[in-house]
Design a binder for this molecule. Structure first.
Ligand code: CA
Length: 244
């Protein structure tokens, strides 16, 4: 672990990693929601007459719904979708997702969040989701952790993941530099965004893909899930605090 951190510092040209903030992705990290998202995506896109598989949506995870729709319309019909059309399709996808019922909290996620808070670190949410009522849902499941001022959602960004933009915004909202934060992500595109923002990235592989996909996207460490992260986080935090 210590070697991984030293390699990261060397590669980035950082002198220290002075941990102050933890940036959390939401779907597949805080909520076990990816299966429902993929079911809703597969249904809404195949209905348009575009061939697709449920599994492929794990690979698009992290980018905004608008970008996923535009990419698939281009593939299926060889034309561009405008924002109005993309919005209509996203509304249908959201309807199907909602019909599947609320996704459960990811096992280990509350423990990780309260540990981060107890350590005096600033939790920030960085999600490609544009759900209304997001803050209400988070407050219900994880009381006292997230505040609106420290959240980046689909409504805040122009490009979204895999562009580093949302994570750079997250750093700004926390008031920290890339060498003062870590990211917890589960999706290849999200890992890419975090890594390109210059942040130490811990991937939790809660989906069906191979660990190598997350390493190739730029993850510094890949863990099996939030429960493993909870077990290892005290050690990770103490190493990161020493690396100065
Ligand atoms: Ca995710």
């Amino acid at each position: 672990m210590e070697k991984i951190v030293r390699n990261f510092l060397k590669r980035r040209g950082y002198k220290t990693l002075d941990l102050k903030s933890v940036l959390f992705d939401m779907d597949g990290v805080l909520y076990d929601s990816m299966k429902n998202h993929c079911i809703a995506w597969e249904r809404s896109i195949s209905e348009l007459g575009i061939e697709c598989t449920l599994e492929e949506f794990y690979l698009y995870e992290g980018q905004t719904g608008r970008n996923t729709i535009k990419q698939l319309i281009r593939r299926g019909f060889e034309r561009d979708a405008d924002d109005t059309e993309a919005k209509e399709i996203y509304t249908i996808k959201t309807k199907y997702f909602t019909e599947l019922g609320p996704a459960p909290v990811m096992p280990g996620a509350p423990e990780v969040l309260y540990l981060v808070k107890d350590e005096g670190l600033i939790p920030v949410l960085v999600t490609g989701s544009g759900q209304e009522s997001l803050i209400g849902k988070l407050e219900l499941n994880f009381p006292g952790i997230f505040v609106k001022e420290r959240m980046v959602t689909a409504h805040d960004v122009k490009y979204g993941k895999p562009n580093p933009e949302p994570y750079l915004m997250g750093l700004k909202k926390a008031g920290v530099q890339p060498f003062e934060a870590i990211v917890i992500e589960n999706a290849p595109l999200g890992v890419k965004a975090a890594s390109e923002a210059g942040i130490f990235t811990i991937a939790v592989n809660t989906g069906p893909m191979d660990d190598s996909v997350l390493y190739e996207a730029g993850a510094d460490i890949v863990l099996t899930g939030m429960e493993e992260l909870y077990d290892k986080l005290p050690q990770i935090i103490s190493i990161l605090k020493q690396c100065r």
